[in-house]
Structure formats: structure tokens, C-alpha cells
Design a protein around this ligand. Structure first.
Ligand code: ADE
Ligand code: ZN
Length: 338
């Protein structure tokens, strides 16, 4: 590709409509945004940034520590209103027309239901503003934080069940996968299922294939966050494909956190070739110096994927989205119009 063709191709990748199913709300906060809030509130967060102003962490546990430190300045519904506007504006610049973000009652009100309702109202209001301004639709997945333990997860599930509806459509779990077992959280996931929420959990990121098996058996999830380490057990890959479980794959995140040396070494293509339904997301974009356009560019460079492959990925994401059928039909129309 000559330089001009390359520029046009990358611009087409940026403009093409995208769906993103795996994005942590706080993890999408631009570092400038967190620094601004810290300055307004006179909180000293200098330790979590490097000299260039990016988030600084050494490994996955340290990443979780820095993530949680940044949330110290996100203390009111108004803070989440501003955060939501910043996050969605940024996503829309990369062609994202639909996004599901992980929202944690632990960070939004400490697991208290009335407080959670106030945060949610602010997030929904900002999402409406972003939809009108940028044509991007947000849906929320209430998310337990695994290392906060099963009791906090139950409180999050109660918040999820009580606010399930058009906006809160799913329940999930992130956090430190090396702590405990997926099944420790079965009560919370059962509550969410009873409330007709769709389910996803992080598995097969810092846990191996057994963690994915437990997620399928004990939590009965429709989707899995990451799930990439299924590749270490081909019988499991076949099971995931046969069950139609969708993987929310975040290649840039996995490379940044040291799971794979680069995207060329990432198993996403092998999983897709084995018949697994894969989707592509950014996870915590500023932490990993990524965005949806960069993810697509890296996949093109590593595997030669082109516009037809990315269109197919968009259709898979639309099919797997935790939204109602009317919205799904609208999203598919927008993908087809490109
Ligand atoms: N929370 C935010 N990002 C995460 C990740 N990549 N894995 C687990 N928990 C997270
Ligand atoms: Zn994640």
C-alpha cells in the first residue's frame, strides 16, 4: 500500500460504524479528565501518571490499583455525568455507534441502591445528550468487582435487578480473576438472571481455561470478557463455538498487560478460524494507548483483515449486543448503510 492509499484505508477504518461491547466506564477516562477533576478537588494523584501524563502501572495488579486510585476523584453523579460525556464523545470519534459500558455500583455510591439510582440517572442523562450530539447509543452492564468479594457482588446484583430495563441490560464481573472462583458469585448472577439481565464475566484473561469452564458451568453466561486463554485447550474452544458463546476480545489490552507479545501473537484469529464468535473492544482505552480504530489497524497489520472482515465483526457484535430487538435492527441498518 502506498502512503496515500494507506491514509485513505485508515480513514475508512476510523469512519466505519462500530459496536463496542466491552468498555469499563472509569477505565475509559482520559488521564487529562482525571487530572482536571483531581485539580478541582485538590486531590493529589500525581503518582498514577508518568512524565508524559499517561497512566503509569507495571502489571495487572498494579493496573487495578491505579484504576481504583483514579476513581477516587469520581465521587458524585455530576462527575459521572461529565465522565460519560467525555467517554462517548471520544468513542464516537472512532465511529462507535453503540457501546456497552461496565458500570459498578461499588464505585457509584458504594453499593447503596438509592445512591446508585442517582448515579445512574446522571449517566443516562449524559448518554442521551451524547446520543443527540454524536449519534452514539450507550447501554449499561452493571458490574461486580471480583476482588471486592461475593457479598459486594450481591449488592451490585441487587442494584442491577432493581434498575434493569431499557438502559441497564446486562450484569457482569471484572476485577482480579486470580481471586476465588467464578462459582463464588453464582448467587449474584442468579439474581441478575432472574431480573432478565444478560450475563457476561471476565474469564480466561488472567485465569486459564478452567476459569472459562467455571464461568460457563457456574454462571451460565452468554458472553465472556476476553476468554482468549481458551486457546490453551482446544476441546474448550470447540465447546465455546458449539454453544455460541461470544468472546469480547480486547487485543490491545491483552498486549499492554503482557499476555501476548504483540497482536500477531494474539489468538483472536485462531479462535475465529475455529468457529468462535468473536467481537473486538478496547477494554480501558487510555490505559492501553488504544482506541477502536487502532485495534482495527493492528488487526489489519497482523492478519491482513480488511473492510469485509471488520463489517462481519460489526454484524457479530450487533447479534451479540445486550439490547432489545428494535435497537438491534436499527444498528444493523446503520452497519449496512456504510
Ligand atoms: N477492570 C478494568 N479492566 C479490567 C481488565 N482488563 N480485567 C479485569 N478487570 C478489569
Ligand atoms: Zn475488561
Amino acid at each position: 500500500m502506498d502512503e496515500e492509499t494507506r491514509f485513505e484505508f485508515e480513514d475508512a477504518l476510523r469512519r466505519m460504524p462500530k459496536l463496542e461491547l466491552h468498555l469499563h466506564h472509569e477505565g475509559a477516562a482520559p488521564p487529562e479528565f482525571i487530572r482536571q477533576l483531581a485539580a478541582e478537588k485538590s486531590v493529589n494523584l500525581s503518582g498514577i501518571f508518568d512524565r508524559s501524563g499517561s497512566y503509569r502501572y507495571t502489571d495487572f495488579p498494579d493496573f487495578l490499583r491505579v484504576y481504583e486510585a483514579a476513581t477516587q476523584v469520581l465521587k458524585t453523579p455530576e462527575d459521572y455525568h461529565r465522565l460519560t460525556l467525555a467517554v462517548l464523545e471520544q468513542s464516537a470519534q472512532h465511529g462507535v455507534i453503540y457501546c456497552e459500558s461496565f458500570l459498578s455500583p461499588d464505585f457509584c455510591g458504594g453499593g447503596d441502591l438509592p445512591a446508585w439510582r442517582d448515579y445512574l440517572a446522571a449517566i443516562e442523562d449524559a448518554a442521551g445528550m451524547a446520543e443527540r450530539a454524536h449519534g452514539i447509543t450507550l447501554r449499561g452492564i452493571v458490574t461486580a468487582v471480583r476482588h471486592f468479594g461475593p457479598d459486594m457482588a450481591k449488592r451490585s446484583a441487587l442494584c442491577a435487578a432493581e434498575t434493569a430495563g431499557d438502559f441497564i441490560t446486562g450484569f457482569g464481573m471484572g476485577g482480579d480473576e486470580t481471586k476465588g472462583h467464578q462459582g463464588d458469585f453464582a448467587y449474584a448472577f442468579d439474581m441478575a438472571r432472574e431480573a432478565h439481565l444478560k450475563l457476561t464475566t471476565h474469564a480466561g484473561e488472567f485465569g486459564g481455561p478452567q476459569s472459562i469452564r467455571e464461568a460457563i458451568r457456574d454462571l451460565r453466561v452468554a458472553r465472556i470478557g476476553h476468554g482468549v486463554r481458551a486457546i490453551e485447550d482446544m476441546a474448550l474452544v470447540e465447546e465455546i463455538a458449539a454453544r455460541g458463546i461470544v468472546l469480547e476480545v480486547c487485543p490491545g489490552s491483552n498486549v499492554a498487560l503482557g499476555l501476548y507479545a504483540d497482536v500477531a501473537a494474539h489468538p483472536v484469529k485462531r479462535l475465529a478460524d475455529a468457529g468462535v464468535r468473536v467481537t473486538i473492544s478496547t477494554d480501558d482505552p487510555p490505559f492501553f494507548h488504544t482506541d477502536m480504530t487502532s485495534e482495527f489497524i493492528h488487526l489489519h497489520n497482523a492478519f491482513g483483515w480488511g473492510l469485509a472482515d471488520f463489517t462481519a465483526l460489526g454484524q457479530s457484535a450487533a447479534a451479540a449486543a445486550f439490547c432489545n430487538e428494535a435497537l438491534r435492527a436499527r444498528l444493523i441498518k446503520r452497519l449496512e448503510a456504510f
